[in-house]
Design a protein around this ligand. Structure first.
Ligand code: ZN
Length: 164
């Protein structure tokens, strides 16, 4: 993992190299980066999802990156996750509709439940197409730095030798 000052990321002073894949950037994207929920916040889930959601939102630090490197592999990963996610989602909906149509039969309720599970899997996969999830860049808990969780050596090299 490497850390960059939040100001540098916000200003877009980054090499035109994808941090995650090390490939040349095809685009420098405006990207809203946020921090991960602090690990201790998970205990709040017992108080209810809404309490957790509020606390996480209040504590969330945001960095608006003016120009974040985005490469061909990032793009491919995004469309793949979106495609699979929505495909699975559609299948889930189909199962739910099928389940409701045959709810009086033996298989109907099972189809309905299966449809719900498939729907959730679809949502999870589709959410993995998020720009930030693909970049693996997260704002630190104090909001001062941006942490890159998966870094290709080519990005580190470009950063060190100033091809910014
Ligand atoms: Zn990439």
């Amino acid at each position: 993992m490497i850390e960059l000052p939040a100001g540098q990321v916000a200003a877009g002073h980054l090499p035109h190299v994808c941090p995650r894949h090390g490939e040349p950037a095809i685009e420098m994207k405006r990207m809203r980066l946020v921090s991960k929920p602090p690990p201790w916040a998970a205990v709040l889930i017992v108080l209810g999802g809404i309490v957790y959601a509020i606390v996480v939102m209040v504590l969330r630090k945001t960095v608006q990156a003016a120009a974040f490197p985005w490469c061909a592999q990032c793009k491919a990963a995004r469309s793949r996750n979106l495609g699979i996610g929505f495909g699975v989602l559609a299948l889930g909906l189909l199962l739910i509709v099928g389940g409701i149509a045959t709810i009086d039969g033996d298989a109907g309720p099972m189809l309905f439940l299966l449809g719900l599970v498939v729907l959730i899997v679809g949502i999870v996969v589709a959410s993995r197409s998020n720009f930030q999830v693909i970049s693996g860049a997260y704002v630190s808990q104090d909001g001062q730095r941006v942490e890159l969780t998966k870094v290709d050596p080519r990005f580190t090299h470009a950063l060190q030798y100033g091809r910014v």
